[in-house]
Every structure is written in C-alpha cells, then in structure tokens.
Ligand binder design. Structure first.
Ligand code: AMP
Length: 215
C-alpha cells in the first residue's frame, strides 16, 4: 500500500497514520516530524525549517523534495509507505510523481481527511506537549492529571509555537491556497478517496479502513 494522507493540519492525519502503519506494517514518512527531529537536534536543516514553521509557513519545496527523495528510496519503503504531510504543494506532488515513476512505485490512494476550519482551530490551539518526553495532551479532549504537568514524567507542558491560535489560522490559510488544490490533482488521477474526519478516533479509523477497502 502506498498512500498519501491529505487534509488540513490538525485533521488527524498523524493519528490515522499510526493506525495504518500498524495495519499495513509499513513506515509513515511525516515531513513535519522529520523537521521537528532536525530542530531538536539543531541540524542545519532544522535551523532552516524552524523559521518557516514558527511562522506557520511552508518550508521551501526544494528542501522538502530532496528530503523525501532520500527517504523513500530506503529499503523499508519497498513494501509500501504512508506519506503524512507530503506533498503539500502542486510542485511537490509533481516531483513525487516523477520520483515514484522512476522507482516504479505508483501511489494507490490519496486519502483526504476532511475537517472544518473552526473544529481544527479548537483542536490545535488546545493542544499541549510535554517539553521533555513529547507526550501530547489537550485542554478539551485529553486533560493531564496535574494541571500543566506531564502525567508520565511530571515535566511542564508547553504549547508548540505552530499550535498558537494566530499561527493555526495562518497555517489554515496556507493550506487553503497551497495544499487544497492537491485534492483536485489526485481526483484527476483517479486516486482520491475521502473520509469525514470529525468524530471519535475509532469511528474515523473505521471510515478510513472502509474507504481504503480493507474492511
Ligand atoms: P505538520 O506536522 O505536518 O503539520 O508540519 C509542521 C510544519 O512543518 C508545517 O507547518 C510546515 O512549516 C512544515 N512542513 C511539513 N511538511 C511540509 C511540506 N511537505 N512542505 C512544506 N513544509 C512542510
């Protein structure tokens, strides 16, 4: 299975990719996670990406495309992969098509997880993470036991810069102008499948499996 997860930031692509990764036993490639790891490690790539990410902007195509090219040519992607957060622009999608053509690994589906903007703002701006272990919490959906502290390691919880309300709104604008056209792009290729991303995680997971015809 080679799958692209489309959908706005905060639509739940990460959660669904965890489920799909276990189901299909294939890796997830999350460009956002790769950038965050590079930021944590203070690598040159991380330093370049951070300024864009903190502003809610996309990292330039050239940087992302090179990174994905390198990653999908690794052996663990031979049996399939889930792309979470890539492509995010038409040039990225075109570059991906070229890469996959060369590797003779066509995409099976582009799955659009659909969630309305106001729900996304509520979801993302309520999210906090542990500054130490990275565990995530939510002011409405997953409250910590002791306010402001991680349940596991008791360290302080923080809000990621890119989860702040103003940044979330900017990211949604960027999504609508630059990423949403991909829905049409994959629809024209006959690869698009759609699920409603609002509801309990399990409910959305069942819709995803049905859309991918694995149930
Ligand atoms: P995510 O965790 O996928 O929401 O990504 C977090 C941030 O990383 C985004 O807001 C962008 O700044 C950057 N990013 C991740 N993937 C891409 C991509 N494919 N193209 C450009 N920027 C990206």
């Amino acid at each position: 299975m080679r799958l692209i997860l489309l959908g706005a930031p905060g639509a739940g692509k990460g959660t669904q990719s965890d489920m799909l990764m276990k189901l299909f036993k294939i890796p997830t490639i999350s460009t956002g996670n790769i950038f965050r790891e590079n930021i944590a490690g203070n690598t040159p790539l991380g330093q370049q990406a951070k300024t864009y990410m903190d502003e809610g902007q996309l990292v330039p195509d050239e940087l992302v495309i090179e990174l994905v090219k390198d990653r999908i040519s690794k052996d663990d992607c031979k049996e399939g992969m889930i792309l979470d957060g890539f492509p995010r622009t038409i040039p990225q999608a075109e570059a991906l098509d070229t890469m996959l053509d060369e590797l003779n690994m066509p995409i099976d589906f582009a799955l659009n997880v659909d969630v309305a903007d106001d729900i996304i703002v509520e979801r993302m701006s309520g999210r906090t993470v542990c500054a130490s272990c990275g565990a995530s919490y939510h002011k409405v959906y997953k409250l910590e036991k002791v306010a402001g502290n991680c349940d596991d390691c008791e360290q302080p919880l923080i809000q990621r810069d890119d989860d702040k309300v103003e940044t979330v709104k900017k990211r949604l604008d960027v999504y609508h102008t630059q990423t949403k056209p991909l829905i049409n792009y994959y629809e024209k290729q006959g690869k698009l499948v759609y699920v409603d991303g609002v509801g309990e995680v399990e409910e959305v997971s069942n819709r995803v499996k049905k859309a991918l015809r694995v149930e």
